[in-house]
Design a protein around this ligand. Structure first.
Ligand code: ADP
Ligand code: MG
Length: 570
């Protein structure tokens, strides 16, 4: 390790030289308070920025051990410090210091969820931030004074403001860490109590807008309050007793007039597979980790999925046990989404009428009379939802304002009425007695089989023009070799850093394909490895930090395989 003065004199020496001269600053430097690892120096001012790490010894950073004494706590602290560092960058960095990327400093972005990430590492020995930096240039000439400013003024100030415990708000850190722990506890508690989700009283479910994930202003939002019949109390390890709605396993209907908050409730539950930051409004909304949103997704590809529990007797005798298509319809795509999630181990399905195929959801008595059973390939969800629970112990929560036929199969009915939840189960039961539907059950005696697919190496090629090419383009698009994977309708993917991780997880999974292991086994082995070794395991960079990953769930990883248009399985 060299001294920081050495970095200073190297910069002086290369002032005004060609950009390549920056390569001389690669290496590690002792700044006394912290160490700076200049891992990778960019080739020109427009190329992707240089990558570095700053590491502060715990002797100086002094984070109390209790804030990272368990995995859940450490993940929350790392997440919190990433946010603090990001804010320090916005306050301190001058940014525009010349051509191209000159002057930018960057750490991975965070959203409303607390996720395991690689942007910050906290250990007993040190705290390390993984950042990128655009080395300043005028045209292609080194601007060493500007660079020196970044290294000797900006970065030390960011370290001081965001990485030393003494300068941070300990109450806010505590809330973040303990909040994460409480939410994890709540999720475990669901399993113990036979619940599938919890929505805490006082939660703010609606968002600022359809594209902004921040909570709606407290003045305009109606806070959630649970119907008496469904109210449960849980004692959390940190904040103590909380009250809210606990939805038991089984089949739950959310009904109510249009625009009364049905989809908003379901979306909050959907996101409840993740923990949320304090102030999000959903930090007491928790669902089973194996909750999967199911929707129609016409035009998607499907590779050898057994959709026969829902679809049979297609025209031209098309196979539905190993169903493949380049362009699924609304109903076949929704059936495939269900079967693929079951393959991965889903325990709770979340469906919304807004994003479902009508002919997949319902088939009423009049239609049954007109189009006979043998002319309709689809067994509607209404005839399978109870069998899903009976045979596979999979619960369902669905938003359905348009069909009372589902009263027959629902264990409970929640009505949203001007953003207030009410339990209307007994009323719905009375109605079932009063107006019998006369419809014929078409589901048969059992749900049907889940077939585990075995992926093939064929088609899983991460290269383009001879080079490995895997990159996320924002949240919803993943470049994998020559293929572009469309993830725009995978609704529980929440961060571009997850998409980025999925790309490299697919590459890692590729090495495990042996013609014997199933897709689920391969993904689970990979996630176990990540749990042991951390997400750094995925790093495609040699000698550089992998600072922009966040952990995805197995369902979203499988979703990417399933949407890769060259994916092959048997
Ligand atoms: P539905 O699915 O019943 O038609 P939505 O859930 O889409 O209704 O909600 C309709 C509108 O009401 C949305 O603009 C949403 O932001 C708003 N909204 C939902 N819940 C609340 C609430 N608790 N307080 C205030 N506004 C809400
Ligand atoms: Mg809706």
């Amino acid at each position: 390790m060299k001294s920081k003065d050495y970095l200073g004199s190297t910069l002086k020496r290369i002032e005004g030289k060609g950009y390549k001269a920056y390569k001389d600053i690669q290496g590690s430097y002792d700044f006394k308070e912290f160490q700076l690892y200049m891992d990778y120096v960019q080739g020109d001012p427009f190329a992707s920025p240089s990558r570095l790490r700053v590491r502060v010894p715990q002797k100086r950073a002094q984070f109390p051990k209790s804030f990272f004494s368990s995995r859940v706590r450490r993940i929350a602290l790392e997440d919190y410090l990433t946010r603090e560092f990001g804010e320090a960058i916005s306050r301190v960095a001058k940014r525009s210091r010349g051509t191209g990327m000159s002057g930018i400093i960057y750490i991975d972005n965070c959203g409303q969820e607390i996720l395991e990430r690689t942007s910050m590492v906290v250990t007993m020995e040190y705290v390390e931030a993984r950042i990128s930096l655009g080395l300043p240039a005028q045209g292609r000439r080194v601007l060493a004074k500007e660079a020196a400013d970044m290294f000797f003024k900006e970065i030390p100030l960011m370290v001081k403001e965001a990485m030393l415990y003494e300068n941070l708000d300990s109450e806010r850190i505590r809330n973040h860490v303990e909040g994460n722990e409480d939410q994890e506890f709540l999720r475990q508690e669901l399993l113990k109590r036979g619940l599938v989700c919890f929505v805490g009283d006082g939660s703010i479910l609606p968002r600022k807008s359809g594209v902004i994930d921040l909570p709606m202003d407290r003045e305009t939002a109606t806070p959630f309050s649970s119907p008496r019949e469904l109210q449960v109390e849980v004692d959390l390890p940190n904040v103590g007793r909380v009250k809210g709605m606990g939805i038991p396993a089984g089949i739950t209907l959310i009904v109510g007039g249009g625009y009364h908050g049905k989809s908003t409730l379901l979306r909050a539950v959907e996101r409840g597979v993740y923990n949320h930051i304090p102030g999000d409004g959903r930090e007491r909304v928790v669902a089973l980790e194996d909750a999967v949103k199911i929707r129609a997704e016409d035009k998607r590809r499907v590779e050898k999925v057994n959709i026969s529990p829902f679809i049979n007797n297609l025209p031209f005798l098309k196979d539905t046990v190993g169903f493949s298509t380049e362009e699924a319809s609304g109903s076949t795509s929704q059936a495939a989404n269900i079967m693929e999630s079951l393959e991965m181990g889903a325990r709770l399905f979340l469906l919304d009428e807004d994003t479902s195929a009508t002919n997949f959801m319902i088939r009423d008595v009049r239609m049954q009379s007109l189009v006979s059973r043998d002319k309709e390939p689809i067994t509607p969800f209404i005839d399978k939802v109870k069998l899903l629970k009976k045979d596979l112990d999979v619960s369902t929560i669905m938003v359905l304002g348009g069909s009372g036929d589902y009263f027959d199969v629902a264990d409970r009915v929640i009505m949203m009425d001007q953003y207030q939840a009410r339990d209307v189960t007994s009323k719905a039961r009375e109605i079932t007695e009063q107006y019998r539907t006369e419809r014929i059950e078409e589901g048969g005696g059992e749900f049907g089989q889940i077939i585990h697919r075995i992926p093939l190496k064929k088609g899983l090629d991460p290269t383009r023009k001879g080079k490995t090419k895997i990159s996320a383009r924002g949240l919803y698009s993943l470049q994998f070799g020559r293929q572009e994977i469309d993830l725009s309708l995978v609704e529980q993917l929440v961060q571009a850093s997850q998409t980025r991780a999925i790309g490299d997880i697919m590459l890692f999974c590729g090495h495990l394909i042996d013609g014997k292991k199933t897709l689920r086994e391969i993904i689970e082995i990979t996630l176990q490895q990540i749990e042991i070794q951390g997400l750094d395991l995925l790093s495609p960079y040699r000698g550089q930090h992998p600072g922009e990953y966040a952990l995805p769930r197995k369902y979203e990883i499988a979703a990417a395989f399933n949407r890769l248009r060259t994916f092959h399985a048997f």
